[in-house]
Design a protein around this ligand. Structure first.
Ligand code: NAD
Length: 439
């Protein structure tokens, strides 16, 4: 099939490359010419494991191309996927769906034959139905242009794997033949016995937002329990294991630490609350505001621990290990790690940030922090070290190895990846989120 993917960020670039891998002819389109320039020569303008190789391979094979021109893809593709951003609207919790609306309008203007438009972006319930009205108003009335919603569940850091072998495929449609078209698009995946759920627009939209709200709730649940173990004693890691071994609960997303962040969970949790209010159902999602509060309190706790250890932050050097919102990603959108680094800087500390992949993105957002190129450089002059993102490089740290490159003997493990006993035994002043701290 000939497929266009509109928006080539984390989601769209992955989707385009994976569709080419599934055997389709694909054109990725973005309004950002710099992004397109680099993708067109097989280079990825951000970091995502395995993706650059896949893009380069299919650009070379001729199955994957990139453009900024709707006039090129409109008359060309059988199916158009929309993967543009739906960020939080400035000053509000609600999602900004204007990029999706712009993409629909551009497609309606340029499509010259029967086609199917498929939304992949995460949108508030009710959006697809509204977009369908825009489409009907603006398209050539002699054409049959369908709309479907097919939310995406990929995780950054595992995006290629998750797209080629997803847990489930959700198809929100208003006509059976649109589900058939999409099942044909995903034939290579469907053959691997991936469950396909065919439903209406509203359910499809809500499944995605509900999944993110549930995951955020799980993270905040264990982090709320951290507040109890910090006060009463106890080991939050063992507590999480004890909970997660119950198959009704499950182990994933029960890692206590600095909380959730990134370009999806925080904004989706807020957007779901905002949409519930618009629908007159504010109370149904009210608990999500507690989920958010717990999440933000973890950052305050990390700052509190740093301050307790140093006494005074002014003129103290802190090594912030990690800026990305999670490991194996360079994404710093709503990153708890970067937020803690900024809070410490604002409180007067001299903060040296080192992230294996996210320094450049972080520097674009907060240029006033001091960014360094290696872990050794970050810790060399430090008074205190903070582990803020659980990159493998940081999880492997040992007190002896680190002690040989720094005179600091104070460390805060905000991600619960280090062994308390080992560090204390080597004479370090050690604190971790979820643990009682007694200097
Ligand atoms: P992103 O910001 O990385 O990419 C969005 C891209 O859309 C940008 O490159 C932007 O230039 C482009 N764009 C904006 N308006 C456009 C237009 N009118 N025409 C063409 N291109 C346009 O965002 P992302 O992380 O890829 O997220 C995209 C959507 O996917 C969001 O709704 C997000 O919630 C959802 N999602 C993201 C992930 C993830 O892990 N990143 C996972 C699942 C779902």
């Amino acid at each position: 099939m000939r497929i266009s993917v509109i928006g080539t960020g984390y989601l769209g670039a992955t989707h385009a490359a994976c569709l080419a891998e599934m055997g389709h002819e694909v054109i990725g389109l973005d309004v950002d010419p710099l992004k397109i320039e680099s993708l067109a020569v097989g280079e990825l303008p951000f970091y995502e494991p395995d993706l650059e190789e896949l893009i380069a391979r299919h650009v070379a094979s001729g199955r994957l191309r990139f453009t900024t021109s709707y006039e090129e893809v409109g008359p060309w593709a059988d199916v158009h996927f929309i993967a543009v951003g739906t960020p939080q609207r400035g000053g509000e919790g609600a999602a900004d769906t204007s990029f999706v609306e712009a993409a629909i309008s551009s497609l309606a203007r340029t499509i010259t034959r029967d086609a199917l438009i498929v939304g992949k972006s995460t949108v508030p319930v009710g959006t697809a139905r509204r977009l369908q009205d825009i489409l009907t108003r603006e398209q050539d009335p002699t054409l049959e242009i369908g709309l479907a919603w097919n939310p995406e569940f990929l995780r950054e850091g595992f995006a290629v794997k998750d797209t080629l072998a997803p847990d489930r495929i959700v198809l929100g449609v208003d006509a059976d033949h649109h589900a058939e078209t999409l099942t044909a698009v995903y034939a290579a995946t469907v053959e691997q016995d991936v469950p396909v759920l065919v439903t209406d627009f509203e359910t499809a939209e809500l499944i995605k937002q509900a999944a993110n709200a549930f995951l955020a709730t799980k993270v905040s649940f264990i982090n709320a329990l951290s507040e109890l173990t910090e006060a009463a004693g106890g080991d939050i890691r063992v507590l999480a294991e004890g909970l997660g071994l119950d198959p009704r609960i499950g182990r994933s997303f029960l890692r206590a630490g600095l909380g959730f962040g990134g370009g999806c969970l925080p904004k989706d949790v807020r957007a779901l609350q905002a949409r519930a209010s618009e629908l007159g159902q504010e109370r149904s999602m009210r608990f999500l505001s507690d989920v958010e509060d717990v999440n933000l309190r973890r950052r305050e706790r990390a700052v509190f621990l740093a301050t307790s250890m140093l006494g005074e932050l002014r003129s103290k050097r802190i090594a912030a290990l990690g800026a990305a919102f999670k490991p194996n990603s360079d994404d710093v959108r709503d990153s708890p790690a970067l937020d803690v680094a900024v809070r410490l800087f604002n409180a007067g500390a001299d903060v040296a940030v080192y992230d294996p992949k996210a320094n450049d993105n972080a520097a674009r957002r907060f240029p006033r922090l001091h960014y360094v190129e290696s872990l050794d450089e970050a810790v060399a002059e430090a008074d205190l070290i903070l582990v803020l993102t659980e990159w493998e490089e940081f999880a492997r740290l040992t007190p002896r190895a680190l002690g040989s490159v720094t005179t600091a003997r104070k460390i805060v493990d905000a991600r619960n990846v280090l062994s308390v006993r080992e560090w204390i035994a080597e004479g370090w002043d050690f604190a971790a989120l979820g643990r009682k701290y007694e200097p």
